[in-house]
Design a protein around this ligand. Structure first.
Ligand SMILES: *Cc1c(COP(=O)(O)O)cnc(C)c1O
Length: 452
């Protein structure tokens, strides 16, 4: 099965033309899930002792399995955080797969790591981080946040050890009540606590709120986590006041910009991020709003040595790598073997230039503003939150949770839209998240009409 035969050649043509067909497809259908029982019934056994053959496996995938996956890049898929990878990025992902690049070390992946670092440099520059900063691409914001929190704890432990003090029984992190679910999950993995700070009506974590929490919890705090673009509302915490406070108190400052970080690229949104330059670490998911395919999170470090101190793995069989080049991506997060998952993002950035990114992000910001205005005009809807980034949250007046759910399912089954209910202050709401520049105002009107 490792020989390249005439049969492989035929399969290669079929696979590549199938992939090209999908990237060309316009409009892309939403598709819809099927039950496990249905899929088992239709596909029959696929993993057998003699194999079903590439042709049959590809046929099953294209006719049954792929249509049973929602198209996250469908223009009226506005739930969670969708994806809208560029054609260049998607096509280059095929190349990354073809090359078996080991992206964990410089000696094995120098060319790929160099290119990834160029893309990471664009992001650290957008944040205003120093030239000595650097980063690594990890699978997602969840691993990015966990890696950052582990480094924060490492820095706090070092500080105590240097001062000759004992470490606390349990470490804690100061977070906003609106922080992403992956933050408490990371703290739980670390057996640490989260100190959840309730925010004011603007839902922003601020310096004074963090100062009060620090006064109460003192030496137990290993770091402060702010969010630049909360997942439900798109709110950006007051990064400037939190960042200055953390700098003054010498507390590790992590900014979770997994969704919102793309907004840094748009000059109109950039001022809302002021203070991000104080961060010790930042995460931005290019697979969310920077048009890269899954899975791709940029984890950025102000001082990469802080990350290396806790994340570099040591063993006799790895010593050789340390001797060659000083930038091994595996040293900067919780991982060793690593797909060069930043390459599709880099290829697209290199192809189109960063201005095209700024423009595309602006298109989605404008879509959110237009959707917000239309929601305000619609008599059956009530805007819950003035859109700050590309998220619009609103109520369907008079509906209960069951009606929200039923409407969503009907729209999904019909392939008309994928807009799932969320919850805000205990009440069901609808939420649009725009990341796809191909979504149009007509798409928004169609959904708003369907909500009557
Ligand atoms: C999506 C998101 C995460 C988690 O990122 P994954 O890539 O899904 O693991 C973390 N924080 C915020 C603010 C997010 O929006």
């Amino acid at each position: 099965m490792h020989e390249y035969t005439a049969e492989t050649e035929k399969l290669a043509d079929d696979i590549v033309s199938y992939a090209r067909w999908r990237t060309r497809l316009d409009p892309i259908p939403l598709d819809h899930p099927r039950t496990e029982a249905e899929l088992t019934e239709i596909c029959g056994p696929t993993v057998t002792s003699t194999g079903i053959g590439g042709e049959q496996a590809l046929r099953l995938f294209s006719e049954v399995l792929a249509p049973a996956c929602l198209s996250v890049d469908y223009t009226r898929y506005l739930s969670f955080v969708p994806a809208a990878p560029t054609e260049a990025a998607v096509l280059f992902d095929l190349v990354v797969g073809a090359f078996s690049i080991y992206g964990g070390s410089w000696i094995e992946g120098a060319g790929a790591v160099h290119a990834e670092n160029e893309a990471l440099r664009w992001l650290t520059d957008l944040c205003g981080m120093p030239k000595s900063s650097g980063g690594v691409f990890v699978p997602g914001g969840t691993i990015g946040n966990l890696s950052a929190l582990v480094a924060a704890r490492g820095a706090a432990e070092k500080k105590l050890a240097d001062a000759g003090k004992d470490r606390p029984d349990r470490w804690a992190f100061i977070v906003s009540a609106t922080a992403h679910s992956s933050v408490p999950s990371a703290a739980a993995v670390m057996d640490a606590d989260v100190i959840k700070v309730e925010t004011g009506p603007d839902r922003r974590l601020t310096g004074p709120l963090v100062a009060a929490a620090l006064a109460q919890h003192g030496d137990r705090v290993a770091g402060v986590i702010a969010t630049a673009g909360t997942t439900n509302l798109g709110v950006i915490d007051d990064l400037a006041s939190i960042g200055k406070l953390c700098r003054d108190r010498d507390v590790f400052f992590h900014v979770d910009a997994a969704y919102g970080g793309a907004g840094l690229a748009a000059p109109s949104a950039r001022p809302s991020f002021d203070g991000i330059e104080f961060a010790d670490s930042v995460i931005i998911d290019p697979h969310k709003w920077l048009f890269a395919p899954f899975d791709c999170c940029a984890l950025l470090w102000r001082d990469p040595d802080q990350a290396r101190a806790v994340h570099a793995q040591h063993a006799g069989y790895l010593e050789f790598l340390d001797a060659y080049g000083d930038w091994n991506p595996s040293d900067f997060a919780i991982h060793l073997t690593r797909r060069a998952r930043g390459l599709p993002f880099w290829f697209s950035l290199a192809t189109h230039g960063t201005d095209a990114y700024a423009d595309a992000v602006q298109v989605t910001l404008d879509l959110a503003a237009a959707a917000g205005a239309r929601v305000e005009e619609a008599e059956h809807l009530a805007l819950v939150w003035e859109p700050q980034l590309s998220i619009v949250v609103f109520e369907r007046i008079g509906w209960d949770a069951a009606q929200y759910q039923a409407w969503t399912e009907a729209m999904m089954q019909a392939g008309t839209a994928f807009v799932v209910p969320s919850r805000h202050d205990g009440k069901p709401v609808f939420r649009f998240c725009f990341v796809n520049p191909k979504t149009t105002v007509e798409d928004i009107d169609l959904i708003i009409d369907a909500l009557k």
